[in-house]
Design a protein around this ligand. Structure first.
Ligand SMILES: Cc1ncc(COP(=O)(O)O)c(C=O)c1O
Length: 433
């Protein structure tokens, strides 16, 4: 351990090292060194809270004691002046508590299991970055499927020097669990895995049987001595449209699996609650053998990373979401949006059933959830199809790993027929058929 380790970091590390979980040995050098500066400006300010005279933190107050503010700013700030103040680096306590309750409501098998309070991040991208900071040293490998969200390359590869090691995503129309486990069981004790369900770009979530197979395989690997951090990107959580598909987060299966498995849940409101620009996400930890003190230590480390990167996530956004999450109409509103997206998914399924000839132009990849699905053009490059669609069909798509990704989340139900007809026509045109 570094001689320059801050005493607060040393105390957190001691707590983690003393517990039966492998969490400490999974931390990166930076992860071991990070701490929450509870004795600095933030800690001293917290101690002075409620003082008659408060000359602590760098915020400004009017002569009447309310937050200093510009009328032009307040014109569009219905949450009032309190929204202008900082949120804690950990996130607003009542929001963290509510989000944790919601995690249990959405994942009933988490009930009664212990996991940390979520720490608020600047949405999922930052959550992934916090996990990179805590668990990845330069040159460390991250195991992930070959169909992945491309920003992992910047967030984990560029920023932390991690090497992205991919496994085959699909086999025989399902998830290639064996390919994942092969990478996990390859030489090396420390393994960091990144799994994202519903997946971007494929819109695939494992079936219940596949999720069980992942769980069993990870248990076996852990029993054989592998120390495994599983980063679970739940960005599109809750948007599962078919029976037999796993509805809960993999986190619920892993939080009490084995002392050698640390589960890191990265989730947030962005996609689930249709608030892409609000920028509120969360990171939470769970794992067999993590004592309540060890969970707190991981929270403190995550909050330390938040403090050293963005200081704190947006307070107006956190206030807004807390209000929504406690609204009596929230559940019904979410059900309505889910139904809208599900209808689009179902429509795509029915379009494929009605147009068997489309199979001559493109092969749909397995999909059952989320915002996206992918098709693989037959006999022509995906990029050529994308350009043709753009140039001559007024149709925008994304090409990733040789596939065309379609965000049906962004296409009206009534336009879906046209979308696939255009792809079919573009492929046939390019092939000269
Ligand atoms: C799989 C996945 N993770 C994370 C993110 C980032 O989400 P956020 O906007 O909350 O940072 C995205 C956004 O596209 C995503 O697809």
């Amino acid at each position: 351990m570094s001689q320059n380790l801050h005493p607060l970091a040393a105390a957190l590390d001691e707590t983690l090292e003393a517990c039966p979980s492998a969490a400490f040995s999974l931390l990166s050098r930076k992860g071991r060194a990070i701490y929450f500066p509870s004795k600095g400006i933030l800690g001293q300010s917290a101690q002075a809270k409620g003082s008659a005279l408060n000359a602590t933190i760098g915020t400004a107050f009017e002569e009447d004691g309310t937050p200093m503010r510009l009328p032009s700013v307040m014109e569009d700030m219905p949450l009032g002046p309190k929204a202008l103040l900082y949120a804690p680096s950990w996130g607003r306590p009542e929001l963290r508590k509510r989000w944790q309750e919601m995690e249990v409501e959405k994942n009933p098998s988490l009930r009664g299991k212990s996991f940390s309070l979520p720490v608020a991040t600047c949405a999922l991208t930052h959550g992934v970055s916090v996990a990179g900071h805590l668990f990845l040293d330069e040159g460390d490998q991250v195991i992930l499927p070959d169909l992945y969200w491309d920003n992992y390359e910047l967030v984990l590869g560029h920023a932390y020097g991690a090497e992205l090691v991919t496994f085959n995503t699909f086999k025989d129309g399902g998830y290639d669990v064996d390919a994942l486990l092969e990478k996990v069981n390859a030489p090396g004790e420390k393994k960091v895995i990144l799994l994202n369900f519903p997946n971007n770009p494929t819109g695939y979530t494992p079936t219940v049987a596949e999720a069980e197979a992942i769980q069993k395989g990870l248990l076996k690997a852990a029993q054989s001595g592998k120390k495994i951090a599983v980063l679970i990107d739940d960005a599109y959580f809750g948007l599962v449209y078919r029976e037999g598909v796993e509805k809960e987060s993999l986190f619920a299966r892993l939080v009490d699996l084995h002392e050698n498995v640390l589960a890191v849940k990265l989730d947030g409101a962005t996609k689930e609650d249709y608030v892409w620009g609000l920028r509120v996400g969360f990171v939470a930890f769970g794992g067999k053998g993590l004592t309540p003190e060890a969970l707190k230590a991981l929270e403190a480390k995550a909050a330390g990373v938040v403090r050293c990167t963005i200081s704190n996530a947006s307070n107006p956004a956190q206030l807004n979401l807390l209000k929504a999450f406690t609204s009596p109409t929230y559940a019904a509103e979410k059900a309505e949006k889910y139904a809208t997206l599900r209808a689009r998914h179902d429509k795509i399924v029915s379009i494929f059933a009605a147009h068997p000839e489309y199979r001559e132009s493109f092969e749909p990849m397995p999909f059952n959830s989320g915002y996206f699905m992918c098709v693989k053009p037959v006999g022509v490059e995906a990029e050529a199809v994308r350009q043709e669609l753009n140039a001559n069909f007024s149709t925008g798509t994304i090409v990733l790993s040789g596939l065309i990704r379609l965000a049906f989340s962004a296409v009206r139900l009534e336009d879906l027929e046209k979308l696939f007809a255009n792809i079919d026509a573009a492929v046939r045109k390019l092939r000269g058929a």
